[in-house]
Design a protein around this ligand. Structure first.
Ligand SMILES: C[S@@+](CC[C@H](N)C(=O)[O-])C[C@H]1O[C@@H](n2cnc3c(N)ncnc32)[C@H](O)[C@@H]1O
Length: 326
């Protein structure tokens, strides 16, 4: 009897436990400067709201990154090399990878995302659309020493990390995340990564304060999610969306600001917020090409090629692992 063929679509569930979510929220809200980690934006509603944000006129990163990939597709594919195992941490709707798949013909595509239902839906859609493609979806936290769900040898591993998700981390944390990706792809691996660039404050402030209010809903969805999953009693009307570019630190900062003195309960824990007090929810660091390349070097990657749009709004880099001792 011949061996059974492995299934073309597979799903590996390593979703973090609800207890970890509770612990992170309680730790963050108890801190002298309260915060919620941005990975918690992404339940199914948060993932769909992020799609809406990407389609707004103000949110230039998605369309700019897509145009960079489209305009340089042959060069990108030649640089990456065919027949790789393509791994995408924080894959979201897997929209951008569609631009690469036909030309790249990877042996398998491994989308990794924390948003379980959304990942399942999007990965299944992709497998139906690309009928030759092996799609092995992994629901996991890519910041948590993630191991690939199966052992792969003798294949060129390439990570795809678009959307400037790397900008959500403080620069030194970004080096740690890049090191984790380096471990994922191994000594001969590579990384194709999208990184947002420094630019005029007005463009940045508009991008995180869209007129349709999707970013505001995305920010407040965190509170809804904490209410639903952890039994908290946040009143969304009593918090305001705040997003602004911090010029000194080269980053967008997103917060929820308490509109009044109030108490919030999560189970038996009570948190006091004063009028005007902020809960920090997200950073989005904006780099120069040189600064990002320096972080990549610290993480053990060499810069092979960088592609930019004409207005130098956004950058896409191909990095290669510098070698085992680097
Ligand atoms: C900024 S969005 C980018 C989505 C997509 N890659 C793109 O370029 O449009 C970040 C994505 O990463 C996922 N994500 C964020 N933090 C994560 C984490 N720690 N582990 C796994 N996925 C994460 C989110 O669910 C979301 O889909």
């Amino acid at each position: 009897m011949p061996d059974k063929q492995p299934q073309r679509y597979q799903f590996f569930d390593q979703h973090p436990e609800i207890a970890d979510f509770r612990e992170d929220i309680i730790r963050g809200l108890s801190a002298p400067e309260p915060y919620i980690l941005p990975k918690y934006f992404y339940d199914e509603t948060g993932s769909r709201l992020f799609e809406d944000i990407c389609n707004t006129q103000e949110y230039y990163p998605t369309r700019t990154e897509v145009s960079i990939i489209r305009n340089n597709i042959d060069d990108i594919v030649n640089t990456l090399g065919k027949d790789c195992l393509l791994i995408e941490p924080g894959s979201g709707d897997s929209y951008k990878v569609r631009l690469l798949l036909d030309a790249l013909r990877p042996v398998a595509y491994l989308p990794i995302d924390i948003s379980r239902r959304y990942l399942q839906d999007e990965a299944q859609k992709l497998a139906a659309e690309f009928t030759w493609l092996n799609v092995h979806a992994v629901c996991a936290d890519f910041t948590g020493n993630l191991e690939l769900p199966y052992h792969v040898e003798a294949v060129n591993k390439v990570a795809f990390f678009p959307g400037s998700t790397i900008g959500n981390f403080l620069p030194q944390q970004a080096v740690t995340v890049l090191r984790e990706i380096r471990m994922m792809v191994g000594d001969d691996g590579g990384l194709l990564i999208g990184v947002d660039l420094q630019k005029e404050s007005a463009i940045l402030n508009a991008a995180y304060n869209d007129r349709e209010g999707f970013t505001e809903q995305f920010n407040k969805n965190l509170l809804l999610r904490i209410n639903r999953e952890l039994g908290a009693d946040f009143d969304l009307e009593q918090f305001e969306h705040l997003a602004f570019f911090n010029k000194e630190k080269h980053r967008i900062e997103m917060h929820l600001v308490s509109r009044q003195d109030q108490h919030i309960s999560i189970g038996d824990q009570v948190f006091k917020f004063e009028k005007g007090q902020r809960i920090h929810t997200e950073y989005s660091h904006k780099y120069t090409v040189e600064h990002f390349q320096q972080l990549a070097r610290e993480a053990g990657f060499n810069s092979v090629k960088t592609w930019l749009d004409e207005e130098r709004l956004f950058s896409v880099h191909y990095l290669q692992v510098a070698g085992p001792g680097a």
